[in-house]
Write a protein that binds this ligand. Structure first.
Ligand SMILES: Cc1cc2nc3c(=O)[nH]c(=O)nc-3n(C[C@H](O)[C@H](O)[C@H](O)COP(=O)(O)OP(=O)(O)OC[C@H]3O[C@@H](n4cnc5c(N)ncnc54)[C@H](O)[C@@H]3O)c2cc1C
Length: 419
């Protein structure tokens, strides 16, 4: 196949890739998205719980692919007690990620981006230097000052030259590594099944805290009245067992699971959640976004919302740089600055909360939950709780803990705030 050339080439057709491609194309750049799988959104590696704001950011109206509207959560402490938070407002949706991802890719194509499925990036190199190629023919001229992405499609290798390559290739992505951008700070291991479950409220998710799930938490997210996605994530640095082994134990020992969940499952997924972005997310001719850049909420592991916000900026900056002819790291760092202005503080606070939570023992969790269960505190949670921006609530809780002389809890929250 003949070599081809684009202003912007996006590697990966997950949410971040499709959104970046859409915005690059809308900004006038000739844009291509490549995806190694035959369809975007498959295999699914997600619970499919996204905030209502996520759909707004993605510019998508809820459709038949929204299975449940979520208004709150039941949170369970290690001692089995629970609190219920939320209210009448719909705060999140349980969605079908396969359809969601395809809708986003369709939007990118409608904006003018070309799409190549079953096309895998296998290498990334510099294009010719500006002084090279003048006498070497048209193909070489096109590659001057560009990146050259080596890909395989239908068993054939060929090169694509790109003004800017956007690495939206997920947690296992290669573009960051090939560009010496480095790795995210931490990677959690997750596993989830979809199974029969006697759901108490279809508009509430269930969250389980404690040392059974080292470094993170377990969940049961309703799909219907009698089906849920049950899963957990663990921090591999805090356990010698796999996430799968933790889930097996959780299903067999947690009293609520023993009472409500069925045997076997209709679907199972394993996946990783990257936390903590690299110190820079742009290099010469390269930008990384979404999971590849650790743009994931460290408190919940949700990556679609943050990834969408950042990918939009990635597409805009990549297009501007490619069209202006300056695709240097210096020009592309505009992306790094802009996304950090939007979500940098939230990610940093979230990372501190995550790190503190990872150090809590069951006694701490029980104490924290008693504090959360106090009527005035519950009111604060229900008023200020925002799964996309937990730092707002955290500030209110710290003040409350101090005023109530709940020094143990205050200390926990303060450690999270101050690092
Ligand atoms: C167990 C679990 C549960 C989760 N639950 C939620 C949730 O409820 N809500 C939420 O918001 N987030 C959740 N997440 C996180 C969420 O799935 C990710 O944050 C999100 O998918 C990231 O989007 P992305 O576009 O950055 O990457 P991805 O969705 O991973 O997409 C990357 C794409 O790049 C492609 N690719 C990779 N390498 C190449 C290559 N070399 N060439 C071509 N293509 C390539 C991949 O095939 C893939 O399609 C969960 C994650 C896990 C593991």
């Amino acid at each position: 196949m003949a070599d081809i050339s684009y202003d912007v080439v996006v590697v990966g057709a997950g949410p971040a890739g499709s959104i970046a491609a859409r915005h690059a194309a809308m900004a006038g750049a000739r844009t291509l998205v490549i995806e190694e799988h035959a369809a975007s959104g498959s295999p699914v590696q997600c619970t499919g719980l996204v905030s209502s704001k996520t759909l707004d950011v993605c510019g998508i109206e809820p459709g038949a692919w929204v299975y449940q509207k979520i208004k709150g959560a039941h949170i369970f402490s290690p001692d089995g007690s629970s609190i219920s938070i939320g209210g009448e407002k719909v705060r999140a949706f349980v969605i079908d990620r396969r359809i969601f991802d395809r809708l986003l890719l369709q939007r990118a194509a409608e904006a003018g981006a070309d799409v190549m499925m079953k096309t895998k990036a296998v290498g990334l190199g510099p294009g010719l230097r500006p002084e090279q190629g003048l006498e070497s023919g048209h193909g070489s001229e096109r590659a001057r000052g560009k990146k050259v992405l080596e890909v395989i499609t239908n068993g054939k290798r060929f090169d694509i030259s790109a003004g800017v390559v956007i690495g939206a290739d997920g947690v296992q992505g290669s573009i960051a590594r090939w560009s010496a951008i480095g790795q995210v700070q931490k990677v959690l291991s997750g596993v989830q099944i979809e199974t029969a479950y006697d759901v108490e409220n279809t508009d509430h998710v269930e969250v389980f805290l404690g040392s059974d799930v080292p470094g993170f938490f377990a969940w049961a997210v309703p799909v219907s009245e009698n089906t849920a996605r049950i899963g957990l994530c663990v921090d591999p640095a805090r356990t010698h067992l796999s996430a799968y082994e933790h889930l097996r134990r959780f299903l067999h020992t947690n009293p609520r699971m023993m009472e409500r969940s069925g045997k076997g499952c209709s679907d199972m997924l394993v996946g990783c959640i990257p936390l903590g972005p690299q110190s820079r997310t742009a290099a010469d001719g390269v930008i990384i976004t979404g999971d590849a850049a650790g743009q994931v909420k460290p408190t919940s592991g949700g990556g679609v919302y943050m990834g969408a916000l950042c990918a939009k900026i990635a597409g805009e900056v990549a297009a501007k740089a490619a069209l202006s002819g300056d695709t240097s790291a210096g020009a592309l760092m505009e992306y790094d600055r802009r996304w950090r202005e939007v979500v940098g503080k939230e990610l940093a606070v979230g990372m501190r909360i995550h790190n503190v939570f990872g150090r809590l023992d069951d006694g701490d969790f029980n104490e924290l939950m008693r504090f959360f269960g106090e009527p005035e505190v519950l009111e604060l949670i229900n008023t200020y709780g925002d799964i996309d921006h937990p730092s707002i609530l955290l500030g209110k809780l710290v003040t409350k803990a101090k005023a109530g002389r709940m020094l143990g809890v205050g200390r926990i929250a303060l450690r999270a705030m101050m690092g």
